[in-house]
Design a protein around this ligand. Sequence first.
Ligand code: CAO
Length: 584
Amino acid sequence: MSEQEIRVPDLGGADEVEVIEILVNAGDSVAEEDPILTVETDKASVELPSPSAGKIVNIIVKVGDKIKEGDVVGTLSSDSVDSSDSAGSAGSSDGASDGASNRSSAPEPKAQSDDAPAKPDDSTGKPAPQKKSGGTRTEIVKVSGLDGFDDIPIIELNVSEGDDVDVESALVTVESDKATMEIPSPLAGKIGKILVKEGDKISEGDDLLEMIITDDGADDGDDADDSAPADSIDAGNNSPAEPEPSAAPLAAPEQPAAASDNKAKPADTGSATYEVPAAGSKVHAGPAVRKLARELGVDLARVKGSGPKSRIIKDDVHGYVKAQLQQAQQGAVVPGAGTSGIPGVKLPDFSQFGEVEREGMSRMMSVTALNMHRSWLNVPHVTQFEDADISDMEDFRKSLKALGEKKGVKMTPLPFMLKACAAALAELPQFNVALDMDRKEVVHKKYIHIGIAVDTPHGLMVPVIRNVDQKGLWELAAESAELASKARDKKLKPAEMQGACFTITSLGGIGGTAFTPIVNTPEVAILGVSKAAMKPVWDGTAFQPRLMLPLSLSYDHRAVNGADAARFTSALARLMGDIRTLLL
Ligand code: CAO
């Protein structure tokens, strides 16, 4: 029996993906290619397969973790793995699988001296100097600043032995029946022995942990003060120098997002956001994080917490600021956030009208919403309508049914539309461009890749068929069916959703007479197809019953003018009206 690391395979170009589901447990037997995890990129959910058959030893990632190609996500035991390989990998996976073993490689706190710990100076609450050894000394950090709360349970240890911490780094999180709060470090140093555990109830003055301080020549008695920046905590009560408005010194009361709207608002964050948490969700953040947010002008109600119980940590605030800057550079917009001078949508309290339930958006839904809104605001849309007479095309398509059954491929109207669009794009190449507004350039594409919108239970996906102009109807029928089924089974790779020049969104199998699709930027046009219907068509002498296919072409009016749009839909109607012309 040997062990093998389970690593993230090629993600088809996606840099970092988020784990949204873990599909196996330790002890599960899996076959090669069995799905282990589901991850979500900006465009799709994808299952990561097992590299071989075996038994799951452990999975070391959790839902919400970000992983990239090559990362180890777990360990698999298998008889068939090469032993030399597995020996090495088992060792490293052990290390990765357990945070504690990682931590064990961190320098051990130095042994304590024989001296009994000195009593804290209760008048100041300053940690009591306990031990000196060479350039380091150990001090006991005590609970302080609980302001009247007693016996509050610890819900989380925020540090581990060997961690380096700064002044105000969160040491533990406690939760009273009114608030969740972090107890910040009064000192910078290395965490020694932790004297409490999760679930313990603590009160003012209780011993929390040992801290190893490296002396830098400063006076022993005043190191705590020396190590603290002028505006950091007061060692007497550990409260932030800048107290939270309406909050106890250490307390970070849970507040509805709306309530925090009243707090100091950033000058520029109303226009874009990192990831807006659901309205009404609580802001969990400790004093140090709140202080950082105030310094950077960040409204914490707009920041998504990545810590336990969605607590906001410093990295989240930095990530938010980074995303803001990137979005500002890219001219990005956020739905409902009051962008581009447009007032945001204010939500009423729906519960006053009846029962409601809230559900977090999936990442795909929020990314799709963002993309739709970005396109809607950035692209001057116009939609051109046309009816194509597909009576003959349908006769021909139906005549292929028996052959299709033999080939195992269903010939729907979609491959004909793909072929017609490829021919129209070749005929009118002004539709096969992207606009680079920064450089004032038009990017002409010399390839014809077409995206097809696929309706799936987990949202809209747009796989891309490459070189449509070079493929025959059967090939297109097989490829579009395969991509649509992969999309529905969450098996699409990110690369299979990139590179489209144009998109077809067909609602013809469902119904409707026309609609106005939104251009899938940076493409400049999209064809919406509605349900074909028999209509009376005047042939010059009489009305004839003809099967008419409604086409709705939305286009970016910066790239394409109305006359060209009319030419494009006319070309489509001509090509589908007489499919022999597709051969020309
Ligand atoms: N008019 C009338 N019937 C049509 C038609 C049309 N325009 N298009 C397809 N049909 C028929 C097909 O012929 C088929 O009928 P039969 O079973 O009798 O042959 C039936 O509708 C179902 O076709 P289909 O939808 O399975 O296959 P398709 O190749 O036409 O479409 C796909 C594939 C992936 C485009 C489609 O399944 C889909 O997901 N469409 C929704 C796309 C979407 O949600 N767009 C909205 C984007 S904006 O929110």
